[in-house]
Design a protein around this ligand. Structure first.
Ligand code: ADE
Length: 231
């Protein structure tokens, strides 16, 4: 899988992509993540990428030309399964979308900034707008990093124990059950006895009950299969 990210701030990705699982996935050759600075595609002599909004109003708007040139340059090199724009107005990102995106070969993500992008970019150059939640970030970079992280970990081979992605919270509309490790008794705070019995079937049943109860208490809408909780 290859993910291309168009951004005005490539430096914002150095943290999330240079550590741990994402870094290893790239090193193992399972995924490629390429950052592209939209400014490099500006024809303006000052490398301008934003301008005042027509009709007035606060904030700057990202111009269409550098974004169009960047997307065209990338599209001339490969076919993209999906071109995403990260925006608080977009469809809410969830595990179901992460699962779908993880089956793609090439994804292009455009990170918005300032007051937004010229609407013609959204109309003509984007397949899907994605929001990671009902709050406004300073830009789409953190959203793109979240999407990339959630998708990359589902690519076969990225996680050491492949079953661990299948047993994630949300994969079956349930939150994960509690987990414990040594010591079995920490200053009187004890691990549930059942987990120490070695009885696999009973432990499985206990975990399922716990997951169900936790979901009932914390995210009941997941059990009702509402669109909010659907995956
Ligand atoms: N850009 C700014 N806020 C955002 C959000 N919540 N999701 C995706 N992109 C964003």
């Amino acid at each position: 899988m290859r993910i291309d990210i168009l951004t005005l701030f490539p430096g914002m990705f150095s943290g999330p992509f240079s550590d741990s699982i994402l870094k290893r996935a790239v090193e193992k050759g399972l995924v490629e993540i390429h950052l592209h600075n939209i400014r490099d595609y500006s024809l303006d002599k000052h490398k301008r990428v934003d301008d005042y909004p027509f009709g007035g109003g606060a904030g700057m708007v990202m111009m269409i030309e550098p974004v169009h040139r960047a997307i065209e340059a990338l599209k001339s090199q490969r076919n993209y399964d999906l071109v995403i724009y990260t925006s608080p107005d977009g469809e809410r990102f969830n595990q179901k979308l992460a699962n779908r995106f993880s089956t793609f070969n090439n994804i292009l993500i455009l990170c918005g900034h300032y007051k937004g992008v010229d609407e013609r970019i959204r109309e003509h150059l984007i397949d899907m707008e994605i929001s990671i939640g009902d709050y406004v970030l300073t830009g789409g970079e953190l959203a793109a990093a979240v999407i990339a992280d959630a998708v990359v970990r589902l690519v076969p081979g990225v996680l050491n124990d492949e079953t661990s992605a299948l047993s994630d919270s949300f994969q079956d509309n349930l939150l994960s059950p509690p987990v414990y490790t040594r010591p079995a008794d920490y200053k009187g705070w004890k691990v549930p006895d059942i987990l120490l019995t070695g009885h696999e079937a009973k432990i499985k049943e206990w975990r399922y009950e716990q997951a169900l109860e936790r979901t009932r208490q914390r995210r009941p809408e997941l059990l009702q299969g509402s669109s909010e909780g659907e995956n």
